[in-house]
Write a new protein. Structure first.
Lengths: 230, 111
């Protein structure tokens, strides 16, 4: 591998970008595909899309011979807006499932180190936190405060950043009001439709911990499953 | 909130770049295929320098020694090669995988 190619690969990984290094096993020739670049004309396009989704490296047979795809995707993140009871169950479960978890809540009465491990907790306004640590396509956002003052902005940011999952707690009525606010704010309907609300899998979850299971299930489905075609 | 991927486990690709930039001769080994039970998944890396120092893993320690010596050859010749290890292999008695699986490892120089 060329050092310049390795540098480009590492630089992209450090910026939480996803990459696929394509190696021609016969000739040793290599090229780097960045997920954020336009690779629609690539002869391996469909395979690349599948690999970016699965995150799995592997050998493929093509008309041009065997190619090895080295897939690098950043570890998935879950950003939870709201240091509430649901989050107390959701955060540890998501960590066990392999997510980097961050909980954001400016209300210091909720965001206490007694309730949450301090390494995952940020007691600040989401807009201040997201300035320093922007959302990306390998991040899921679950907003669970019930308070539009806290939830709305990070939800909108999540839609803009193309987060792979965006969920918001609240009844259908609450969500209908949210949709109105978002339309007024100029968020496209197609983006708004991506919000998972009412939040989580429909498993009849009743307790905060059960709701956390429902949310995590939906997050994992969004990460691992092919998008459903309408 | 620093969720830097480099700060988690040893980052073999970052190590490979760092070693090369510091003037060392470096080869990168990658698990490209596995059959049956294999200790490290496809895509796992091992980085090796010309003195046989290495970082990362391509197996649970079963074949690293053989990969390192092959990697030193790759560094000398500058030509990539693909190595196969497994119980069916005749070298199995020396460097086979005790788990009974087979793996294929691509070794390339960082030029």
């Amino acid at each position: 591998m060329d050092l310049s190619l390795l540098s480009a690969l590492n630089e992209e990984r450090a910026a939480r970008g996803a990459t696929i290094l394509v190696t021609d096993m016969a000739s040793g020739e290599q090229r780097l595909v960045l997920k954020r670049s336009d690779f629609s004309a690539d002869p391996l396009h469909d395979e690349l899309v599948r690999r970016f989704r699965s995150g799995k490296s592997g050998m493929i047979e093509t008309d041009a011979g065997n190619m090895f795809l080295t897939v690098s995707v950043p570890p998935p993140r879950l950003v939870i807006i709201g240091a509430v009871h649901i989050s107390q169950a959701l955060a540890p479960m998501a960590e066990i499932a392999g997510f980097d978890v961050t909980i954001i809540d400016p209300r210091t009465a909720f965001a206490t180190e007694e309730r949450f491990p301090k390494e995952t907790l940020i007691a600040e306004w989401p807009e201040d936190v997201l300035k320093d640590a922007p959302l990306d396509a390998f991040t899921a956002v679950a907003a669970v405060t019930h308070d539009p003052k806290i939830d709305d902005l990070p939800l909108q940011e999540a839609l803009k950043a193309g987060c792979f999952y965006v969920g918001a707690l609240g009844s259908r009525k609450t969500h209908a009001k949210r949709v109105e606010r978002f339309l007024e704010a100029g968020i496209p309907q197609a983006d708004i439709d991506r919000i998972d609300a009412p939040i989580g899998l429909d498993i009849g979850a009743a307790s905060p911990a059960e709701i956390a299971v429902a949310v995590l299930g939906k997050v994992i489905a969004a990460l691992r499953k092919e998008p459903e075609t309408a | 909130m620093t969720h830097d991927i480099q700060s988690s486990a040893t980052d073999v690709l970052a190590t490979a770049e760092e070693w090369r930039r510091s003037g060392r001769q470096v080869a990168l080994a990658t698990v490209v295929e596995t059959w049956g039970s294999a200790p490290r998944p496809t895509g796992s890396h091992l980085v090796i320098d010309e003195d046989g120092n290495f970082e990362g893993s391509v197996s649970g320690g079963c074949v690293e020694g053989a990969v390192v010596s092959e990697a030193i050859d790759v560094i000398e010749t500058g030509k990539p090669t693909t190595l196969e290890f497994g119980v069916a292999d005749e070298t199995a008695w020396r460097v086979g995988l005790s788990c009974g699986g087979r793996i294929s490892v691509y070794v390339e120089p960082i030029s």
